[in-house]
Ligand binder design. Structure first.
Ligand SMILES: [Zn+2]
Length: 501
């Protein structure tokens, strides 16, 4: 008998699942329940979203937009708490292990979609919901085949096998798929030349590729793929006229189609590029994707208000970066001014990278930063960016924490004088994920007195199961067993987040 089967047996007997050592040593386990059922479930994932991102967006919304975030209002009034995010083998998770914890209720290693380290598949929650008769929707600003949406529906040992995941989606048969990732559907871009658009159309999907087609379509089942890779950042959609639907527009296309189903639905919405902007230390891109997420959140809460048999679970999978607003000036009096300076930013580093091309000179770099980031670079800073773009040379020297040339572009914009802000006073320490606990919030009827507190991310799976009355247990793997399997692998996992498009 395999060790995992033994563990499964002990679970059935009511023992605690074997979790990473911190829990085995007696960390408290908070297990609040909803105490009621719902017909529909919406899981809204803010990918790579931490409290520092929240603080910056909250301050910007109040100060520059003259309003409070929908998220701020919900935090003030509805049950919310924190989730620990560590994966089976690392205190720092990536998005597939985090997605797996939410969707399967068990900890896994980083890198696979709804599988354990030995490749044995886990049953994702939306697969179980579909079997129970629920309609299914996946909506994201990343490639639709990316780890967070995929981990809710299908299993694959490699989160980067997105061409294959696209085929798995066809077989899975969700009602709505909206996001990016043309290269995984288009016969001219797929290595095997398969035409997945034609295959989806044959299976009864309306296939749409532009915001106009999305608005016009009256198909009940929908595949919308709006970009070659990830859907461009909100800051570029909003200020540079990049033609893709907003997350809110995608949500508004998904909801009525799913709500038309008699047995209810499950929907995952992902604000997926907050994470990517954080990987690139691009504060304004993070801000605008967070603000766009907030607009989509308004649409979702309005739907819940009209359909009170719907539960909305808002959750981050981990933090990333993390760019923080730092105190500036005497008595920190200049700190808020640093927030105002974000208003001058009108494009992402990704957009600027494309505008600069492969071999810009210092004058082009200075002009691009002036026009698109509102920042006057010094000659030296501009020269450093040139070398980062042309030769991937890192700056500051000896510091290699992220993806070039974005991280040098970010460093070029860093605050130099803490007394007089002339650039947004947002600082970064890395372009990687972190271990901080992140947000969990519930919105729906009958939850007023629920206390969440500090939970494990796997508890989201139990909340979803309780909400819809769908309960099952996936097999648990021990950290030791997973480490043995990982040691035997010839090569390590690829860098999990390919975000410099
Ligand atoms: Zn990430």
């Amino acid at each position: 008998m395999k060790r995992r089967d033994l563990l499964k047996g002990s679970l059935a007997a009511g023992a605690l699942a074997l979790m990473p050592r911190v829990q085995a040593q007696g960390a408290p386990q908070n297990q609040p329940g909803l105490g009621r059922r719902y017909r529909n479930l919406i899981v809204y994932v803010y990918d790579g979203f931490g409290w520092e991102d929240y603080a910056i967006a909250q301050a910007y919304a109040r100060r520059r937009l003259g309003r409070t975030l929908a998220l701020e209002r919900l935090l003030a009034r509805y049950p919310n708490g924190l989730i620990n995010t560590y994966s089976l083998t690392s205190y720092v998770t990536e998005s597939s292990a985090a997605g797996n914890a939410l969707s399967t209720g068990v900890k896994t290693v980083n890198g696979g979609v709804a599988v354990h380290a030995d490749g044995s598949p886990l049953r994702p929650f939306f697969a179980a919901a579909k079997e129970a008769g629920k309609a299914v929707g996946l909506v994201t600003t990343t490639t639709i085949t990316h780890a967070t949406p995929a981990s809710f529906a299908v299993s694959n040992p490699d989160r980067n096998a997105e061409a294959q995941i696209a085929e798995q989606y066809l077989a899975f048969g969700a009602e709505v798929y909206l996001g990016g990732g043309d290269r995984f559907f288009n016969p001219e871009r797929r290595q095997d030349r398969k035409d997945l658009y034609a295959a989806f159309a044959q299976a009864g999907y309306g296939v749409v590729r532009t915001p106009e087609e999305l608005a016009r379509s009256n198909a009940s089942k929908l595949l919308g793929v709006f970009s070659e890779g990830h859907v461009p950042y909100e800051i570029d959609r909003r200020f540079q006229g990049v033609r893709v639907p907003s997350l809110k527009e995608m949500v508004q296309a998904a909801l009525p189609r799913l709500a038309a189903h008699r047995n209810g639905f499950v929907l995952q919405v992902e604000a997926g590029r907050i994470d990517h902007a954080n990987h690139l230390n691009d504060a304004a891109a993070t801000l605008w994707d967070t603000l766009a997420a907030d607009e989509a959140l308004e649409a979702l809460t309005a739907f819940v208000d009209r359909h009170p048999d719907t539960l909305l679970i808002l959750v981050s999978d981990h933090a990333c970066g993390t760019g923080a607003l730092y105190g500036t000036g005497r008595s920190y009096l200049e700190s808020s001014l640093g927030i105002d300076l974000l208003e001058r930013e009108r494009a992402s580093f990704e957009f600027m990278g494309r505008a600069l091309g492969g071999s810009p000179d210092a004058a082009q770099v200075k002009e691009t930063f002036r026009a698109l980031k509102g920042v006057a670079l010094t000659d030296e800073e501009a020269e450093r960016v040139v070398r980062a773009v042309r030769e991937r040379v890192f700056w500051p020297e000896g510091v290699r924490f992220g993806i070039q040339p974005a991280n040098t572009m970010a460093w070029a914009m860093a605050q130099r004088d803490a007394r007089r802000p002339d650039r947004p006073n947002i600082g970064w320490n890395s372009g990687q994920h972190t271990a901080t606990p992140v947000i969990l919030l519930l919105y729906g009827q009958g939850l007023r007195f629920l206390q969440l507190g500090l939970l494990d991310n796997t508890h989201v799976f139990r909340l979803m199961g309780e909400a819809l009355g769908i309960r099952y247990q996936n097999p648990v793997m021990s950290e030791e067993e997973a480490l043995e399997i990982l040691k035997a692998r010839p090569v390590g996992m690829r860098h999990p987040e390919d975000v410099w498009a």
